[in-house]
Design a protein around this ligand. Sequence first.
Ligand code: SF4
Ligand code: SF4
Length: 132
Amino acid sequence: MSSGDGRGLTSVDKLPKSSVLYLHASGARYDCQDCAGFIPESQACAIVQGKILPGDSCGYFMPGPPCSLGDQSLDVLSKLEAGYASAVEGASCKRCEYFSPEGDCHLVDKNSAGDDPDEICGDACCVLWEGK
Ligand code: SF4
Ligand code: SF4
């Protein structure tokens, strides 16, 4: 059995990449302006309620051109439910409080199936992102 890292979960307990929508999108800042849900004209989002700023982000980030999900908000999720947060410099693992600079995460199992085999990359992201 693996031991814990003293801060997060043991590797046995860590969550698989697939369950937290771990994603490594090349060149992405993982903020709203990079997201398929963003509606720039109305500063809105296809799924999240309220005013949405281009430099913010949430756990439902989907890479793609703005408005790919439509130009009308469905108002499905509150900002709280979506984990909406201000991410001034972009949201990615290297700006997450759970990231370990050696290429690991305190919450997510780097060895699970998904992008970046055997690694948590500083330029990836997932729904558990928390700013430092
Ligand atoms: S609030 Fe979330 S889903 Fe909406 S545009 Fe921003 S990152 Fe995308
Ligand atoms: S460092 Fe943060 S964003 Fe990256 S996988 Fe871990 S919890 Fe998710």
